[in-house]
Ligand binder design. Structure first.
Ligand code: CP
Length: 291
């Protein structure tokens, strides 16, 4: 069973994944006793997704392989498909892949005979991130229907925004976007941050994805922070029950002020922790071929 995009899962299945992650959080034990191997193939940098998939696999009693793209035969021109097929032939049980190309997995599906867990494709999908975001929201509010969220920042280049907007809307949430005009995306409800901040339940901030920009950002860091950043003053305007989220890595003093990162409304490190439970659920589902 592959996990490529949340579009392939029904709402019922999404809730089942969250339930399973919650079970792992509450101590559900699965021990593969070293008999399963998970290979983490990251063709793009990552800290949270890479090492929380690794931690999730270790907690399930799997062994792991962590591919070092910079010292691999990619440097000799080996393709994505040939690299993944090589790991399949080594005998690994599942591959976790992050790649710069949108929907890179289309070149693998049907030809790779072990589960593929998508750890992020270009500006397209980041299913495990969205699931951990949803788990964090559900833990907070106990529901999705009727909640309002604003996602602020580099919407255009963010796979987190693209994945979250679609799944949050399917779950009955109202999603607004905000940030610099140059990163606005047509078709999304674009609003002024200061107009919406006191009306939403979730404020989700995004990093400016410089690595995906063809030209550098127009605004300076100071301007960006002033216009679109969550500073202490803005945070205090949020509803008492509202929460702050960020997929991280975050840039302190740019999209989020240093003194807001761990304030009482922030759930950013809780998201990181939930990431391990979600990835345990995904690996377990993939290995057991069931949901
Ligand atoms: N949120 C996220 O995907 O972080 P990493 O790039 O560190 O994996």
């Amino acid at each position: 069973m592959n996990v490529l995009s949340l579009d392939n899962f029904s709402i019922e299945q999404i809730n089942k994944i969250l339930d399973l992650a919650e079970e792992f959080k509450n101590g559900k034990e699965v021990d593969y006793k070293g008999k399963k191997v998970i290979s983490n193939l990251f063709f793009e940098p990552s800290t949270r997704t890479h090492y929380s998939f690794d931690m999730a696999a270790l907690k399930l009693g799997c062994r792991t392989q962590n591919f070092d793209a910079g010292n691999s035969s990619l440097k000799k021109g080996e393709s994505l498909y040939d690299t993944v097929k090589t790991f399949e032939m080594f005998g690994t049980d599942a591959v976790v892949i992050r790649h710069v190309e949108n929907e890179y997995y289309n070149q693998l599906v049907g030809k790779i005979n072990i589960p593929i867990l998508n750890a992020g494709d270009g500006t397209g999908n980041h299913p495990s991130q969205s699931l951990l975001d949803l788990l964090t929201i559900r833990q907070e509010f106990g529901k999705f229907e009727g909640l309002k969220a604003v996602i602020v920042g580099d919407i255009k280049h963010s796979r987190v925004a693209h994945t979250n907007i679609k799944i949050m809307q399917r779950l009955g949430m109202t999603v607004y976007t905000s940030g610099p005009e140059e990163y606005k995306e047509e078709g999304y409800n674009f609003v002024d941050f200061d107009e919406i901040i006191d009306k939403v339940d979730v404020v989700m901030l995004l990093r400016v994805q410089h690595e995906r920009h063809e030209k550098s950002m127009i605004e300076t860091v100071e301007e960006y922070h002033k216009l679109h950043g969550l500073n202490y003053e803005r945070m205090e305007k949020m509803k008492d029950t509202a929460i702050i989220m960020h997929p991280a890595p975050f840039n302190r003093g740019v999209e989020i002020a240093d003194d807001v990162v761990e304030c009482k409304k922030a759930r950013i490190f809780k998201q990181v922790q939930n990431g391990v439970y979600i990835r345990m659920a995904l690996i377990y589902m993939a290995l057991e071929e069931k949901l």
